[in-house]
Design a protein around this ligand. Structure first.
Ligand SMILES: Cc1cc2nc3c(=O)[nH]c(=O)nc-3n(C[C@H](O)[C@H](O)[C@H](O)COP(=O)(O)OP(=O)(O)OC[C@H]3O[C@@H](n4cnc5c(N)ncnc54)[C@H](O)[C@@H]3O)c2cc1C
Length: 635
């Protein structure tokens, strides 16, 4: 099997893997991914690249955590965008009430898709000049949360179409002719789209792609198979990642109105995303006009894929924030109704703790959605931040579903017609799509260490190779002498990090409790450079194989970032219960970072919050409709 062509110059990852003794094939494949990442990076001006982003700077900046980059005010939603959003919500609300959201196959029905098109829903992210409403992401992200409260599938479809589907690739990488040809149709919803990247042999490993396109005359002839593609039915449009001359590329493909000898769908039973279409696609000598090739100014097809995925990951977190609101709202009437041992379960500590914890997860997911959206609008690449949002959103939703929602509803969770039982796969699948969480956690780690590695560790590695030292031993004067220069440079960095005092961050006005948590997160992040660098120092070239440690260190930094972001977001909210929820979740974050057991006051805080939520005090869920209680026993 041929793989994508190796890049001309070796990336840091490829150099490190080669020095670490990995096979040429593994080093080249990892290097190809790393190179694609470099090329996405190069699309952004230096002040917006990963190393200038808030997360990278929070770990490595000499002057400490740039707290100003974690705080933000959401700008007001432009009135014309708000009109489209309100009209779209109204369409879904109306069909929900009428029970007509889904067709007989239990998929979101065509009339709903068409009415959403008429409302302008599919064009939210398309620029105005092409018939869309050019919504800023700061408006789009929180709007998806509102849509997810009404229907998470409809919200998810906007993200598939607008973020990872054809809209973002054409908007960002299309030439003028492609934009004129595609964007108006994508905006109007005449073309709905998806993104076809995964293949039976290529999911986590995108260097294993096999679908190929060969230029014959003025057409590409495509052969290969895609798997798990959301939003795909005949007649729709996909951004297709395939190999052209052994390099990943993206073709915008209009699928024929019916299956034929060149285009077939592979149907299978899939538990998740059951209210939309998800199928495999088989292309056999399928012809696509050469004019449909997207040519990024830098990089290749993976560059295009990575760009859209960032938006999709933020959208996923927004969707989780809405879905978790539904769970919390659904827990309340049940907890008020269900009596055991003479008292309703809403009066019990365990149940109150679950309510409080879930409120905390919601506030943190809201914070990440708003923060990542604002970074995207400000022009940041946001790679590390969007990964945090995706991992947190999907893990929070999983925890909410299983640990909090299911447990509180007991056996009824598994009845047909119960939201948990009917949707459990929907609640879990986000942990996998748009990148499985632990794999993304490692990608986060790699982004975090890349520039530090290039600056300090690559010179050490290269010196070892040049001096033919296989295992460095600093007690050996010859080794010490060979390594003196890169070691001195690293030593100076370490001493500087240890000794340098940092100015007190410039926090906005915030309650003392949140300020205390923010201080903890900042101090943790200030120390994390030494922890991360220490991990690199300890494992050196074997680090690529120390996946468990990378995942663990990555998760710790992510937690501190979520914590800081949540504090600054909650400090701007007027609802006292939202602030209390942020306080409670931050106590949990602190304990997960310190390993301390909960104190009684932690339990008092979270159960008091749960009691207030049960009394209706948590504004993010006010007014939400809930389902009837199943198997009532006191009628
Ligand atoms: C509901 C749903 C919708 C989807 N929609 C789309 C879509 O619209 N478009 C699209 O292109 N794709 C889509 N996908 C595919 C999705 O993105 C992939 O399933 C995902 O990226 C994981 O790929 P995989 O399933 O091939 O996992 P595999 O590559 O088979 O990996 C399985 C697991 O093995 C582990 N693993 C793999 N490699 C390593 C390693 N090097 N080190 C350590 N552990 C490793 C990881 O835990 C990983 O999750 C969808 C999937 C689902 C379930």
């Amino acid at each position: 099997m041929t793989t994508p062509t190796a890049p001309e110059s070796k990336s840091f990852a490829e150099t490190a893997l080669t020095l670490g003794g990995k096979s040429a094939d593994e080093a080249r494949r990892t290097g190809a991914i790393d190179k694609a990442d470099d090329q996405v990076e190069a699309l952004f001006a230096p002040q917006y690249q990963t190393t200038a982003g808030p997360t990278h700077r929070a770990v490595w900046d000499e002057s400490g955590v740039p707290v100003d980059l974690f705080g933000f005010d959401l700008p007001p939603v432009p009135p014309d965008v708000a009109r489209v959003m309100d009209a779209s919500l109204e369409v879904v609300r109306r069909h929900r009430t009428a029970g007509t959201l889904q067709d007989e196959q239990r998929k979101i029905s065509n009339p709903v898709l068409e009415e959403l098109a008429a409302a302008g829903y599919w064009g939210l992210l398309v620029d105005k000049e092409y018939g869309g409403s050019g919504a800023p992401f700061t408006a789009f992200g929180p709007f998806l949360t509102r849509m997810a409260i009404l229907d998470p599938t409809v919200a998810g479809m906007a993200s598939v179409h607008g973020c990872i589907g054809a809209v973002d690739p054409v908007r960002t990488f299309g030439n003028d002719e492609q934009k004129r040809r595609y964007l108006p149709e994508l905006a109007s919803g005449r073309k709905l789209s998806g993104f076809a990247l995964t293949e039976p042999c290529a999911g986590s490993d995108l260097t294993a792609l096999r679908t190929r396109a060969e230029l014959v005359g003025n057409e590409y002839v495509v052969n290969g198979e895609k798997l798990f593609i959301t939003n795909v039915v005949p007649g729709r449009t996909v951004g297709l990642v395939c190999l052209i001359e052994n390099k990943p590329a993206v073709l915008v493909v209009d699928l024929p109105p019916q299956e034929n000898a060149n285009f077939q769908l592979r149907k299978y039973g899939l538990y998740a995303l059951k209210h939309t279409h998800n199928q495999g696609i088989i292309f056999k000598d399928f012809r696509v006009p050469a004019a449909n090739l997207l040519v990024p100014t830098r990089g290749d097809g993976l560059t295009i894929a990575y760009h859209g995925l960032n938006l999709g990951r933020t959208a996923l977190c927004a969707n989780a924030a809405g879905t978790m609101r539904i769970m919390l709202a659904e827990m309340l009437p049940w907890a008020r109704y269900r009596k055991t041992y003479g008292a309703t379960i809403e009066t019990r500590e365990l149940v109150r703790r679950r309510l409080g914890r879930l409120a905390g997860l919601i506030v943190a997911a809201d914070a990440l959605t708003a923060w990542c959206s604002s970074l995207i609008d400000r022009g940041f690449r946001g790679e590390m931040e969007c990964i945090i949002a995706k991992i947190f959103g999907s893990e929070a939703q999983k925890e909410a579903a299983i640990e909090l929602y299911m447990k509180t509803h007991g056996g009824r969770s598994f009845l047909h017609g119960h939201l948990f039982g009917d949707n459990v796969h929907e609640y879990l699948a986000p942990c996998i799509y748009e990148g499985e969480g632990e794999m993304l956690g490692m990608a986060f780690f790699k982004s975090m260490v890349k520039s530090h590695g290039v600056e300090f560790f690559e010179p050490i590695g290269k010196t070892l190779v040049a001096a033919k030292i296989k295992k460095p031993n600093l007690a050996n004067p010859a080794h010490l002498w060979a390594l003196r220069e890169p070691m001195l440079k690293y030593g100076r960095w370490m001493i500087g990090k240890k000794l340098k005092s940092r100015p007190t961050p410039n926090y906005p006005q915030m309650p003392d409790t949140l300020r205390g948590h923010a201080d903890f997160a900042v101090s943790f992040l200030n120390k994390s450079a030494l922890e991360v660098s220490g991990t690199m120092r300890k494992h050196q070239l074997a680090l690529a194989d120390r996946q468990c440690r990378m995942a663990e260190v990555s998760a710790r930094v992510q937690t501190a970032i979520v914590m800081l972001c949540t504090c600054l977001y909650a400090a701007r909210q007027n609802d006292e219960t939202v602030r209390a929820a942020a306080d409670c979740i931050c106590r949990d974050f602190t304990r997960s970072l310190t390993g301390r057991r909960p104190e009684d006051r932690d339990y008092r805080a979270v159960t008091k919050l749960g009691e207030q939520i049960a009394e209706g005090a948590f504004s993010p869920i006010s007014g939400l409709e809930t389902s009837p209680i199943l198997m009532q026993y006191d009628q």
